[in-house]
Design a protein around this ligand. Structure first.
Ligand code: BT5
Length: 246
């Protein structure tokens, strides 16, 4: 069952931010909130949609954005902001911490009980950045496409909690604001280190490109340094699609 429709409470959010969410535009339907955030003007503008007809992930993958079942939103920012994806993962984790213990999974997922609850997509085009965040809130098993049921879930399904969408949005925007302002002030290193710890991937065994190896480190850009059992060192970036932990 869906939560309440997006309502005017969303337009009054959030209360105390410096940058993110000074203006919030709420739509019943968009193709993708990232598209709107890229074309809109305003540094820190937030675009929310009840439903996305063409929600996307990385590499042109689909992000399922059923009406009313989650929070599908983007923040539009002027200029590039390295480290934004790391900052966003920490912000969502922290914003939901009093309800659920989300785990950051390299490179850009948040998991609850091992299942994907949130996806993050940062895109940059012509001087504009869109930070897109999808959080599954109210899905029952039957709301999740069959091929994803083993790997994806919602806060409701995992915790029994039916959270208020406007409250979750407010909390996430406040955490995002704090992290984004810190990034702009040059605190990217501290955020990267916190994200690196949160990923907890160093020392993990990976299977990739026909090889098996152990993760030795994470670069400043978020790439994994993996030492293959053959002794060779490889760098695995978030663009690689054929890797998994073993
Ligand atoms: C992501 O990509 O996880 C980034 C998703 C970002 C979505 C937000 S919603 C607001 C904004 N507007 C957009 O158009 N996008 C952003 P990736 O790591 O490539 O993962 C995509 C994969 O996650 C898919 O191929 C599916 O396997 C899985 N997936 C799709 N929809 C899902 C959902 N609702 N919950 C969990 N997993 C999902």
């Amino acid at each position: 069952m869906a939560g309440p429709a997006l309502n005017s409470a969303m337009l009054r959010l959030p209360t105390e931010t410096q940058l993110v969410g000074h203006r919030i535009l709420v739509y019943r339907e968009l193709d993708s909130t990232n598209n709107r955030a890229l074309s809109a003007s305003g540094d820190g503008v937030v675009i929310v949609a009840d439903y996305q007809s063409a929600g996307r992930g990385r590499h042109g993958r689909t992000w399922h954005s059923a009406p009313g079942l989650g929070l599908w939103f983007s923040v539009g920012l002027d200029g590039p902001l390295p480290g934004l994806g790391f900052a966003a993962a920490l912000a969502v984790r922290d914003a939901l911490a009093s309800h659920a213990s989300l785990r950051v999974k390299w490179p850009n997922d948040l998991l609850l009980n091992g299942k994907k609850i949130c996806g993050i997509l940062v895109e940059y085009r012509q001087g504009r950045t869109a930070l897109g965040i999808g959080i599954n809130l109210f899905h029952d098993a039957s709301d999740i496409p069959e091929d994803l049921r083993e790997r994806a879930s919602s806060i409701l399904r995992e915790t029994g909690l039916r959270l208020e969408r406007s409250e979750v949005l407010k909390d996430v925007l406040e955490h995002l604001d704090r992290r984004t302002v810190a990034l702009r002030r040059g605190q990217g290193r501290a955020i990267l280190n916190e994200w690196r710890d949160a990923c907890d991937i160093i020392g993990k065994r990976m299977r990739y490109q026909g090889a098996v190896g152990t993760v030795r480190g994470v670069s400043d850009a978020g790439a994994l340094e993996v030492v293959a059992d053959s002794g060779q060192t490889h760098w695995i970036t978030a663009d690689h699609t054929d890797f998994r932990t073993v």
